[in-house]
Ligand binder design. Structure first.
Ligand code: PMP
Length: 355
């Protein structure tokens, strides 16, 4: 039995793997593979339309939102967004709360003025900045809802007057949120939505109107929207895996139901770690992520022992990111409570032995 705690690409529901495998061999009893049908066929159009409508349903989006699937992963949005909205005389505000936010800031600076209004770099990104002011002329405010590497998560939506832009790559569809408050949401699919190779973008129609029309076509949001995610050949298989995962989520009871399970999983793990002095939780308690739990030990030899034990017990992907060290346990939607229970049992045994 393997317990997959990888940070991304990461665990997907087993039924999704089965259905996706079947579709590679024989898609919907057509005698064709999903990999060989044209994207402009009604077969694929149905896939895309259902995926878009499931996103709208699960996120409870209003009629002012457009949903598109784009290539290039979340990192492409780091530059595509400012390419569309910034220029030398325009400013955007950014929060710097982790590695991914820092990368987004770097790319935005290529296109216009960037005001980093809040940062938690001073304490190695172990908390979410709280008190900050955003200049009213900012054309948008950008932040990362969940910092995958550092294990912090914003538990409320900032109350600001300018358009809100969020990188939700590592916590999209994992908890209830008023997604309609955002002008622009993007998320690489490879954690909670599906397979790597595609990016989900939700864009408010008014914000869309303000996007540039002089950027190259493939960077032009309006063209992607008016062509229904088919400005060119979309990543057909990756979108199909998204559809299967979205169907699974709906069957599970949607976002509210999965949030409950996510809280149970994270609660169990954090409670366990808090009660064993061997382990150290670097993240401010109120900012802990439900998706990625980061912890360390202050003994390198013991850390190695623990990692070896996890490996022997089929616990995969818990080594921390090289910039943080220690351990990172990712608990995305498809990870079952029983996997966290198995890890917790191991942690307790280890604690008893070495405390
Ligand atoms: N933002 C966040 C929050 C992420 O976790 C990641 C990837 N782990 C990225 C952006 C980059 O995504 P991609 O590799 O799809 O470009």
């Amino acid at each position: 039995m393997v317990h997959n705690f990888n940070a991304g690409p990461s665990i997907l529901p087993h039924t999704v793997f089965e259905e996706a495998s079947q579709a590679i061999l024989n898609f919907n009893n057509t005698g064709l593979s999903i990999l060989e049908i044209g994207h402009r066929t009604s077969l694929f159009e149905e896939v895309l339309n259902e995926a878009v409508s499931l996103v709208k349903e699960l996120m409870k989006l209003d009629e002012n939102k457009e949903v598109i699937f784009l290539h290039g992963g979340a990192s492409t949005q780091f530059f595509q967004l400012p390419m569309n909205y910034l220029s030398k005389d325009k400013k955007a505000a950014y929060m710097d709360a982790g590695v991914w936010g820092t990368k987004a800031i770097k790319e935005a600076k290529r296109f216009g003025q960037v005001d980093v209004v809040a940062s938690s770099k001073d304490r190695n990104y172990t908390y979410i900045p709280k008190d900050y002011a955003v200049p009213h002329e900012a054309v948008y405010f950008h932040y990362t809802t969940n910092n995958t590497i550092e294990g912090t998560q914003m538990h409320s939506i900032p109350n600001l007057s300018m358009p809100l832009v969020a990188d939700m790559s590592s916590d999209i569809l994992s908890r209830e949120m008023d997604f309609n408050r955002f002008a622009f949401i993007y998320a690489g699919a490879q954690k909670n939505i599906g397979a790597a190779g595609v990016n989900l973008v939700v864009i408010d129609k008014k914000f869309l109107e303000k996007s540039s029309s002089t950027v190259p076509s493939m960077m032009d949001y309006k063209q992607h929207v008016s062509n229904g995610s088919m400005l060119n050949t979309p990543p057909v298989f990756a979108i199909y895996v998204c559809l299967l995962t979205l169907r699974w989520l709906k069957k599970m009871g949607g976002v509210a139901a999965i949030e409950k399970i996510n809280q149970q999983k994270a609660g169990l793990l954090y409670d366990t770690l808090e009660n064993i002095p061997l382990f150290h939780l670097p993240v401010a308690k109120e900012d802990r992520s439900l998706m990625n739990a980061v912890f360390t030990m202050n003994n390198e030899e013991l850390e190695k022992k623990f990692l070896a034990l996890c490996k022997a017990e089929g616990m995969v992907g818990i080594k921390g990111h090289r910039s943080v060290g220690g351990f990172r346990v990712s608990m995305y939607n498809a990870l079952s409570l029983s996997s966290v229970e198995a890890l917790v049992a191991l942690i307790k045994d280890f604690g008893n032995k070495y405390a």
